[in-house]
Design a protein around this ligand. Structure first.
Ligand code: SF4
Length: 645
């Protein structure tokens, strides 16, 4: 949360925020400081600030008691700016590691209502250290004297429980559903996070307003890079923020037009339901698009044909008489990108969408591209019911859906080859076996498989088809189409916008190293701007539009160029932190089988990325990023002030 330092701010330095270091083991505030905004990274917030904090720590063990977990928000979080809801969790990741095993800095971002309550409670940057002696809850309470922080032992009824049961308990205890009073929101781990020693890709699950009101398991996720494992290692099962009074910064008259554009304009069109201002269907639309040109991940990223997964395209399932799709949104967001699938009622599906919304069967799961694709076609599973069930299971167990399903596709691929079998010989297409394996991983019964495909392949072989870069499993876009993956800071598509160029860029030149080097070093990093300011990934407004919203809310000058510059600085700081952990050129690699001439490299839909071309791209990108990092003043990012084990 930003506070005004002057009555009429004219520059970003007229704001300040608090930074609190809290030791969860001792249950005490170690320090709390009022920090004056020094630059646009501080002002915009999110990872712009948390990377600066992480730069102060040298971390060898991400689970060490002194290893920090930074929780914060962006300047738009909790304001009247539509989609301004994000919370960021930043830490040295157990998953993202150098080849020598050093953890590297990363983050995960989460929508839902937890962030706006954090802002209302007055939290700026919260740095968690230490580890509680017993499984515990961390409580943050709004008060006149600032945020009150306490740790209490977790009640026995939530130990070992799945996410929906934990959320239901917290909702009963801290909200009053009968009185329609919802002062509290939650960020929790599931059983996977409790088993952090053997699960390195546990997620953090956030409550939504719909969840606290309806009781349905409608959550948002800080999924990537094992931030739930980090929270679990601190023995914190959940964070509860209680803020009875919503403190919301409103904008001037201009904000209405900005929000109208976000809700109904072209930039968010792709994420809206077709009945919502001519939307294109949500993230799920990508499945049919990619499948139509033969680049949909299939059986561990190896599509040998087009249109392999038609039964589980969102369009097919939406038209089916078996399902009703209702688009839902986070608090105040009219993009409503959540495509929630319900069973049709026993008497059948009414053709009228308004009646469908009121009259439907039970909730079956959400259709978002990544979970559905990776828990479906990429496992060789194209039964819609099984696909929905498997994707939903990740949420219930508290597993990052991308990492978990890429582990499963790796296991299935491994088992197609001669020799040893993993996980009892699990095969592509085996949905019930896949569900059993997810359960086993989440409850700590498969400690090797819980550590991600990098660690597994180091133990049993198969690095050539272990689909990861820097230990972070690839998202649901083929590596064969994207040599930008290794330069993403926080996993594939969330922090490097090169993953769809091969499919969508009308001016693409995939066989040109120049093309990729330019896209990676000049533009790809621009998508982390959303990881500073707190707006959502799914509105795609250009930075100049975001700047209008910031000006409207804070009354200080802001431009799209300034936002991009802050994003670039943050990207370079993130790269400098990787270098400080000892990342070498070979750490920026890709799995060998995706290169032309190898098993997955000569696909009908993609066959341009030779190993030679990738090596040229890599060497040129690293040279440019190193030079830019020096120029930005991060070249000596080698003297952290805090040493940890
Ligand atoms: S675009 Fe989707 S995820 Fe983002 S705030 Fe809106 S409803 Fe939530």
């Amino acid at each position: 949360m930003l506070r005004n330092r002057t009555e009429r701010p004219t520059e970003v330095s007229d704001f300040a925020f608090n930074r609190t270091v809290f030791d969860v083991g001792e249950g005490r505030v170690v320090s709390t400081d009022e920090v004056t905004v020094a630059d646009d990274m501080d002002f915009l917030g999110g990872i712009g600030r948390s990377f600066k904090i992480l730069a102060d720590y040298e971390v060898k063990d991400p689970f060490g008691a002194e290893s920090p977990l930074v929780i914060n928000t962006g300047c738009l979080t909790g304001t009247a700016y539509m989609t301004g809801l994000r919370t960021y969790f930043s830490a040295y990741s157990p998953l993202k590691r150098t080849r020598k095993g050093a953890p590297m800095a990363g983050w995960s971002a989460m929508s839902g209502s937890f962030g706006r309550k954090l802002v209302s409670a007055g939290v700026g940057d919260l740095v968690l250290k230490g580890a509680a002696a017993e499984p515990s809850l961390l409580l943050l309470r709004q008060s006149d004297g600032g945020t009150q922080l306490t740790v209490e032992e977790a009640p026995p009824e939530i130990l070992g429980q799945r996410v929906p049961e934990r959320m239901a308990y917290l909702n009963r205890r801290f909200n009053d559903v009968e009185e329609k009073s919802y002062p509290a929101h939650f960020a929790i781990i599931g059983p996977a996070g409790e088993q952090w020693e053997s699960v390195w890709y546990a997620n953090i699950v956030g409550s939504t307003q719909e969840m606290v009101m309806s009781g349905e398991d409608k959550f948002r996720f800080g999924g990537r890079l094992g931030m739930g494992s980090i929270l679990g290692s601190k023995n914190i099962l959940g964070i509860v923020v209680v803020a009875p009074e919503d403190v919301i910064r409103k904008g001037d008259d201009g904000l209405k037009a900005v929000n109208q554009e976000i809700a109904t304009g072209n930039y968010s069109r792709g994420y809206r339901h077709p009945d919502n201002k001519n939307g294109l269907g949500g993230t799920g639309k990508n499945e049919k698009i990619l499948d139509g040109i033969g680049v949909l991940p299939w059986r561990n990223f190896e599509p040998r044909d087009k249109n392999l997964a038609t039964p589980v395209h969102i369009e097919t399932m939406r038209e089916s008489d078996d399902y009703i799709v209702i688009d839902k949104g986070c608090f105040g967001c009219r993009i409503s990108c959540h495509m929630d699938f319900y069973a049709a009622p026993p008497e059948g599906k009414d053709p009228d969408r308004r009646i469908q919304r009121r009259n439907h069967g039970p909730f079956l799961g959400r259709y978002e591209y990544e979970p559905m694709e990776l828990a479906g076609p990429n496992l060789g599973i194209i039964d819609p019911d099984e696909n929905l069930r498997l994707a939903r299971l990740d949420d219930d167990l508290g597993l990052d859906t991308i990492s978990a399903n890429v582990v499963l596709s790796y296991v299935m691929d491994y088992n197609t080859r001669d020799g040893e079998q993993l996980a009892g010989g699990l095969q592509f297409g085996d949905a019930s076996g896949a569900a059993r394996l997810k359960e086993a991983i989440a409850f700590g019964r498969e400690p090797l498989l819980g550590k991600g495909v990098k660690a597994i392949s180091e133990a049993v072989g198969g690095a050539g088809f272990a689909m990861h870069c820097k230990g972070v499993e690839l998202p649901a876009y083929l590596g064969q189409t994207n040599p930008g993956y290794p330069f993403a800071l926080a996993g594939g598509h969330m922090s490097m916008r090169t993953f769809l160029l091969y499919i969508l860029d009308p001016n693409r030149k995939p066989e040109s190293a120049d093309y990729w080097v330019e896209k990676i070093t000049q533009e790809g990093w621009d998508m982390i701007a959303k990881d500073l300011h707190g707006g959502c990934l799914f509105f795609l407004s250009p930075p100049a539009e975001v700047a209008k919203g910031i000006q409207s809310i804070y009354g200080v000058p802001m431009t799209g160029e300034r936002i991009l510059e802050a994003a670039h600085q943050t990207h370079l700081l993130g790269f400098a932190l990787e270098q400080r952990q000892g990342a070498e050129p070979d750490d920026y690699g890709m799995p060998e089988e995706i290169f032309v001439g190898n098993r997955k490299g000569d696909l009908p839909g993609a066959h341009f990325l030779t190993e030679e071309m990738f090596m040229e791209i890599r060497d040129r990108v690293l040279a440019i990023m190193k030079a830019d990092t020096e120029d930005a003043g991060y070249g000596d990012c080698s003297t952290p002030s805090t040493q940890t084990e």
